[in-house]
Design a protein around this ligand. Structure first.
Ligand code: GDP
Length: 452
């Protein structure tokens, strides 16, 4: 338990029927007693009607006080929840009084961080709290709730348990170097099941990450290819201005959509062409910077324009693009050309899609294609929410497991096998926060809102 008592308004700003001030730490009980103007604490975990008074004894507000003595609280510390009226000024006054009595303002996520440090939640569950609060789609909220309930953490723990058993057997061999390793009861199958279990969990975690973070899809191409029209057609709204005048889109235009629960952040960029107009030049600079950030690039080509029938590579060269991310070439305006709608494979083996941003032809094929290249299996395949750092930890761990298996197969020194297994375990332990650095915790909890 840390020495400081923290306090914050826990409800969203603005007027509401109820507003909550929360305080946690060793002085919570003393502050509560002073605030109620009584010498007594309410019965633990029972809603109790109290007046909250200022230094002069004047009632700031009247509401419910909930007292959670340590360790039976969210943070594991002494904790008060004061439910008053949800007005901005009244809550400010209530918080000011609590600070005057010795609490200090909580930093973002500090209540959850204390819950984690006191063993009330593991790190993946703490992250799930932030994900649940920030969920923009129903699927995101459902999966974050499952992670908060520990669905993901239990899967990680099961993997770690299996790994620990194997490690124990192999490390036992190190203690008795004369013993034949075969006699330890370790076999190829033990490594195979572990690797399989890790791959299965990695696949589920990747789905969870896709549903949480989605893909950044950047639309690029020459002026007038139909980029803004495509953004509007996919978003189902007039987010972007469409004109026949080339160079209309100067800045980045964004729209957020979902395909079967897969969130896509679409960005329409300025048309790429040589320009002497400084505003357009800046737009093109921003477009190129955004292209570098993309998870997937859609390069739009006007299929009716003369000289636009070249290969994908020729188009990318012409636009000065050499993207490091997956690219899909879209042949747009097929309502005015002879090309069929949908997916096709070029003579060079490149996937292209014929479409019309105007009529919507070929856009379903584009949606399916984006799901396929992301490896997205649909909202119903999501089991829990996850983040990129979880996927990376599992990938690192898997790599170590494969090395351990290879060392085992090559009958290398058991020390090497044991060391690889130890590193794999460490990678997995980063997910639940058994192994974590100050910097990682700082990064995770600073994303939270204040009061959580
Ligand atoms: P951008 O400069 O690439 O963003 O292109 P716009 O979306 O502004 O479109 C340029 C012009 O092409 C506009 O007149 C659009 O109406 C037209 N356009 C866009 N997509 C299509 C399409 O699929 N078919 C046809 N016939 N016209 C299109």
């Amino acid at each position: 338990m840390t020495g400081e008592t923290i306090a914050a308004i826990a409800t969203a700003p603005g007027a509401g029927a109820v507003g909550i001030v929360r305080l946690s730490g060793p002085a919570a009980g003393r502050i509560g007693r002073a605030l109620f103007g009584t010498g007594t604490l309410p019965e633990p975990r029972r809603a109790t009607l109290r007046g909250f008074v200022d230094a002069q004894g004047e009632v700031i507000d009247q509401g419910l006080a909930l007292w959670f003595p340590a360790p039976g609280s969210f943070t594991g510390e002494d904790l008060f929840e004061l439910q008053g009226h949800g007005g901005a000024r009244v809550l400010d006054r209530l918080l000011a009084r609590v600070l005057e009595l010795g609490a200090r303002p909580a930093r973002p996520g500090e209540f959850s961080q204390r819950a984690f440090l006191n063993g009330k939640l593991d790190l993946a569950q703490a992250e799930a709290i932030a994900d649940l609060i920030q969920a923009a789609t129903e699927t995101q909220a459902r999966l974050a709730s499952r992670s908060l309930q520990g669905v993901f953490s239990r899967r990680v723990e099961a993997l770690v348990e299996r790994l620990t058993r194997l490690r124990a057997l192999i490390e036992a061999g190190l203690d008795f170097p004369d013993e034949d390793l075969d006699d330890l009861g370790v076999g190829e199958a033990d490594f195979a099941t572990l690797v399989e279990a890790c791959k299965t969990l990695l696949a589920s975690t990747h789905q969870g990450e896709l549903i949480r973070d989605g893909l950044l899809v950047v639309i690029a191409g020459a002026p007038n290819a139909g980029k803004s029209s495509l953004l509007n057609a996919l978003a189902g709204s007039d987010a972007a201005i469409v004109t026949e005048i080339p160079g209309t889109t100067r800045d980045l235009l964004r729209a957020e959509i979902q395909i079967d629960g897969l969130p896509l952040r679409l960005v329409d960029t300025a048309g790429l062409r040589p320009s002497s107009d400084p505003v357009e030049q800046e737009g093109i600079r921003r477009a190129r910077a955004q292209i570098e950030q993309a998870d997937h690039l859609l390069v739009l080509i006007d299929d009716t324009a003369p000289g636009e029938q070249g290969t994908a590579r020729a188009h990318l060269d012409e636009l000065g693009l050499d993207p490091q991310v997956p690219v899909t070439i879209l042949r747009n305006k097929i309502d005015c050309s002879a090309r069929p709608a949908g997916l096709m494979t070029t003579a060079e083996g490149q996937t292209e899609i014929g479409c019309s941003a105007l009529t919507g032809a070929g856009l379903d094929a584009l949606r399916d294609h984006l799901k396929a290249v992301a490896g997205y299996r649909g909202a119903s395949a999501g089991e829990f929410s996850a983040r990129r750092r979880h996927v990376e930890a599992l990938r690192n761990g898997l790599e170590r497991l494969l090395e351990a298996r290879a060392a085992w197969q090559a009958t290398a020194a058991p020390e090497l096998v044991a060391e690889d297994l130890r590193m794999a375990q460490q990678a997995f332990a980063e997910i639940t926060g058994e192994v974590s650095s100050e910097a990682l915790l700082g990064r995770i909890f600073s994303e939270f809102c204040i009061g959580k």
